[in-house]
Design a protein around this ligand. Sequence first.
Ligand code: MG
Length: 380
Amino acid sequence: MQVSAIIVAGGLGTRAGPGPPKQLRRLLGRPVVAWSLDALRAHPAIESVVLVTPPGDAAAFEGLGAARVVEGGDTRTASVKAGLVALQDTATTHVLIHDAARPGLTATIINALVDALAEHDAAAPAISVVDALKRRDGEAVSTVPRGGLYRVQTPQAFDYGLILKALSEAPETLVDDLEAVERLGTPVHFVPGLERLIKLTYPEDFALAEHLLAPLFPCPRIGTGFDVHAFGPGDHVTLCGVRIPHGQGLVGHSDADAAWHALTDAILGALGLGDIGDHFPPSDPQWKGAPSSLFLARAVELAGERGYSPSNCDITLICETPKIKPHRQAMREKTAERLGCALEAVSVKATTAEGLGFTGRGEGIAAQAVAVLSPRSMND
Ligand code: MG
């Protein structure tokens, strides 16, 4: 069984109000279509994802991470067919067809559908109707029995050959893809639907969807770091990448930049990835005399690989000498550049220890740092 997915983003969404197409509007900072795309791409059972765009609009949807982007047709059915054709040269045996306007897709729903496909040729998430149903006919209102009635969502899951055949024989006015299969008399299996799979239709649906999706959104991560280096022979110290002339140097295997070591540890801490010594062992000769910018850059890279980027940091240096204040702005600038964030998001502070302890006795410098990493989509 090889399962692929088609995301249909072909509709113009005119009921959702003015502005960009609703599939590209932002929901909690992330384009609507990216929610479904990321859920499907991240799922191990989904081989590849085809994104079907409005006709003539494929360029606007590039770069979101779909394996293929194809332009759809004038109707939803024509768009689905374009997606199915794009899978013809693959080994796809089953397909999930999903509306981009339903961003609340989760691995639970995908699991249930993939499991259902092992035994059924057609499956979809469905929720039984619980509200009273009324039909208005002029002034008259009558009750519609709701027994056996369901609201059916997407993704809808099919045997690939079956849906290809069903759609080729169906008119282009279908409500959904399941309708084509119903016409062939093929049994359909329902899996439990989710209210979170709401279809964005009207302007007010966006606020409701944000409320429903907020729990799915990755949280910011916070980490702290602390480092100490002792004074030794030398004529300068390096702090936050800034060379500061001084009567002594700092002793260390690398350039002994205690501030950036603390910051690197804060980032690694936010990621739960151990500490600077795990990644750059002092026993490894390749780090001898290394600029600490390398360590910081690697920590930022590790964050990026996990979908996070630094959104702010706060560094405190504890020493009697040298005076930090004259160099503070340069330290902030170097750090902001290295983190890829705005200058105002980088704080560098300094304090003395009032003559107490090892820093008070002028034996060395201590540094502490806090870093906040945000999901990249929040920083966009
Ligand atoms: Mg250190």
